[in-house]
Design a protein around this ligand. Structure first.
Ligand code: GDP
Length: 217
């Protein structure tokens, strides 16, 4: 490994904080990226696969964690710029429960929108879309929220092992076409399978570039 290249995703990550409301947000420090998606989209599996740690992000059916922004950072980095790690990953609460009461949906929207609007260190949100389902109405609502908050976001297809391989490029271009007119959307869509490992390196690279630490692999 060249000396300038440091392990980022190959390094242990730790959970540092669950944020149920904005008063609990860590002070703004290193750049961060967030992951959003309908519950069961494969968000926890993708975060765990990215860092190579099975139990880091807990599945969304863990009671109590569902309405919190969960913060993860690389463990033990002292970093060149002081004691801060070079980046954080934020696992946003899953949305789109069929049975979610309106009160809970409103709470989710408030927490997420307040966070999105006010967080200067948030560089991009990765919005996960299940390959088998494509963009649903509640995904559209979240993309609209991101457009309103003017936070850059990129779509990532999950579970591509569940569809036929030749269908993946077609789905990628159809999905890109659907978001073409959305002001805050990054125009290229990524595809991943946490199960098979497909697309993970591209996503790691995209994240490292987004937070400006491309030397940390
Ligand atoms: P979350 O609710 O978005 O955090 O979703 P989870 O990561 O808990 O995943 C939901 C379900 O989808 C679980 O049963 C996972 O095993 C499954 N899953 C997640 N990612 C993949 C994948 O890449 N391929 C397949 N086949 N299943 C997956």
């Amino acid at each position: 490994m060249p000396e300038t290249e440091k392990p980022l995703f190959g390094h242990p990550w730790i959970f540092i904080r669950g944020v149920p409301s904005l008063t609990f947000l860590p002070p703004e420090g290193p750049s961060e990226v967030a992951f959003a998606g309908r519950s069961n989209v494969g968000k926890s599996s993708l975060i765990n696969a990215l860092v190579g740690q099975k139990g880091l992000a807990r599945t969304s059916n863990t009671p109590g964690r569902t309405q919190e922004l969960n913060y993860f950072v690389p463990d033990g980095y002292s970093g060149e710029g002081g004691d801060l790690p070079p980046m954080a990953i934020v696992d946003m609460p899953g949305y789109g429960y069929a049975q979610a009461p309106k009160e809970q949906v409103d709470k989710w929207t408030k927490l997420v929108f307040d966070y999105l609007r006010g967080r200067a260190t948030l560089k991009r949100v990765y919005v996960l879309i299940d390959s088998r389902h494509g963009i649903k109405k509640n995904d559209e609502d979240v993309l609209t929220l991101l457009d309103k908050a003017a936070v850059s976001y990129q779509l990532v297809l999950t579970k591509t092992d569940k569809i036929k391989a030749p269908a993946v490029p077609k789905l990628l271009s159809e999905t890109a076409e659907k978001i073409r007119k959305r002001p805050a959307a990054y125009p290229f869509v990524l595809s991943t399978s946490s199960e098979k490992g497909d697309g993970l390196d591209d996503l790691r690279q995209a994240i490292a570039e987004t937070v400006g630490i491309a030397n940390w692999k």
